[in-house]
Design a protein around this ligand. Structure first.
Ligand code: HEM
Length: 435
């Protein structure tokens, strides 16, 4: 039972109806990014920051212990049910990312089971990624030595990999990539997914699931009672594409950005590739344990450019107590992940320094990095994301040195604000290392 005396957490003064909207508007001009506004307010009002926007309550929690607590308590594992979150799923809570309760339990279980047995760590996953790496390298060979805008370069490979895992095929309609927030595109994507599910139904072998769609169809056939519907499966497919696309693309672009800005880091990464892999073959996932510097570059990128700056909103499913405060049922909860990774608890937080994750030549598996969240809602794509990032970077850096074109400014580490943070457009020259 929650004591009647516990109060909603403190935050900036609110106005009737609009709540904190005006303050956000004003402070965004100063801080430029939403997550920085929350950060500045948390410094004033505390690690449990209470905000109101019309009827919606939003609490922002900061610091490792509180983020851990919210992520692991069942009462906080729901997702918001506002219109913005459900309009992409027929006005209902479906799929995995924005569903909760029994629906979410089932979709998450089926997905994790499939990915564990048939996805991560299997050869086929590595083969998918390696094929995309080969094409990426070929493309860069074709324009080697000339400046290219890189911000879109991972969209197609990443979508291809995801669609292979979900639907067994490589090519999704290219026009649809990267524009899923537009309604007409969304409708087309829905139709396309529905069509793909139909094809799977017609050719399924229940003893040999080929992909995520098969895994769900088999679950539907074997456990009629679990109430997975076709609509549900449609949204699971959409979720996989949307959750696995921008996050990895944006992180990969930031990684290029940090490498091009930090010549010494790039050199050290190339030296590691040369020593461990050499030139006679391409890098593989088996090399990962021997390439601690590459892993450290990856961790440092996830730290300094945390693209999911406040995670995906959680929601309190009942009134609950957090610290000294009352979190009313239905409150949205944001996790200050970017802030955690860039606070003054880190030495020189603004400096890109992979060495901070190394000690006497070994990797410090720093559990201070919570880029994928933790607990009940933890990202299911972490293994895939890290494999992709490792493979993209090692394949490219084995063959090329990245340079800023003469006359172009050094690319800025300041992100573009959005659902996920992304890098501003910049150009790179891929200079072949060996003629
Ligand atoms: C660098 C890449 C990625 C980052 C930084 C990232 C980060 C996150 C974060 C912070 C969450 C929310 C955790 C929470 O609610 O507490 C999440 C959830 C999720 N991610 Fe990722 N993610 C990445 C890549 C991927 C990929 C490649 C996939 C697809 C295979 C994926 C699929 C999902 C799904 C389905 C969820 C929802 C899980 C649930 O609500 O139960 N993510 N991710």
């Amino acid at each position: 039972k929650i004591s009647n005396r516990a109060l909603y957490p403190p935050g900036p003064p609110t106005f009737p109806i609009i709540g904190n909207m005006l303050s956000v508007y004003i402070d965004l001009k100063k801080h430029k990014y939403h997550h920085k506004v929350w950060q500045s307010w948390s410094r004033i009002y505390g690690n449990i920051l209470g905000l109101k926007f019309g009827l919606i309550r939003i609490v922002v929690v900061s610091g490792r212990e509180l983020i851990r607590e919210v992520s692991t308590r069942e009462v906080f594992d729901s997702r918001p049910d506002g219109f913005l979150y459900t309009m992409r799923s027929f006005g209902k809570k479906l799929g995995i990312v924005f569903s909760d309760g029994p629906v979410w339990n089932t979709t998450r279980r089926v997905l994790l089971k499939y990915l564990k047995h048939f996805g991560y760590g299997t050869r086929s996953m590595e083969v998918f990624i390696a094929e995309e790496c080969r094409d990426l390298v070929m493309l860069r060979i074709s324009d080697a030595g000339t400046p290219v805008f890189v911000n879109q370069m991972f969209h197609i490979p990443i979508t291809n990999i995801l669609w292979r895992i979900v639907a067994g095929k490589r090519h999704i309609i290219p026009d649809l990539i990267g524009f899923t927030e537009i309604k007409s595109v969304h409708n087309k994507l829905h139709e396309f997914i529905l069509e793909t599910i139909k094809e799977h139904r017609d050719s399924i072998d229940i003893n040999n699931p080929r992909d995520v769609i098969d895994a769900f169809l088999i679950e539907m056939i074997e456990h009629k009672a679990t109430a997975i519907t076709e609509e549900e499966l449609q949204i699971v497919c959409l979720d996989m594409l949307e959750a696995g696309m921008e996050t990895v693309t944006n992180t990969a672009i930031f990684m290029l950005l940090h490498l091009v800005r930090n010549e010494k880091v790039q050199k050290r990464l190339q030296t590691e590739i040369d020593n461990v892999v050499g030139l006679s073959r391409t890098p593989s996932l088996d090399d990962r344990p021997n390439m601690v510097y590459t892993e450290a570059v990856l961790l440092e990128t996830l730290r300094i450019s945390s693209v999911a700056a406040v995670g995906i909103p959680h929601m309190a499913r009942e009134d609950a107590r957090l610290g000294d405060y009352l979190i009313p049922k239905g409150t949205y909860i944001l996790l200050a992940i970017h802030d955690l990774h860039n606070s003054n608890d880190w030495e020189d937080p603004d400096i890109f320094r992979p060495e901070r994750f190394l000690k006497e030549g070994s990797l410090i598996q720093d559990d201070k990095i919570l880029a994928f969240g933790l607990g009940r809602r933890r990202c299911i794509g972490e293994g895939l994301a890290k494999s992709e990032l490792f493979m993209f970077m090692t394949h490219l850096l084995q063959k090329f040195t990245l340079k800023v074109p003469d006359g172009d400014p050094m690319p800025s580490t300041d992100p573009i604000d959005g659902i996920t943070l992304s890098a501003k457009p910049f150009r790179v020259i891929f200079e072949p290392r060996f003629k």
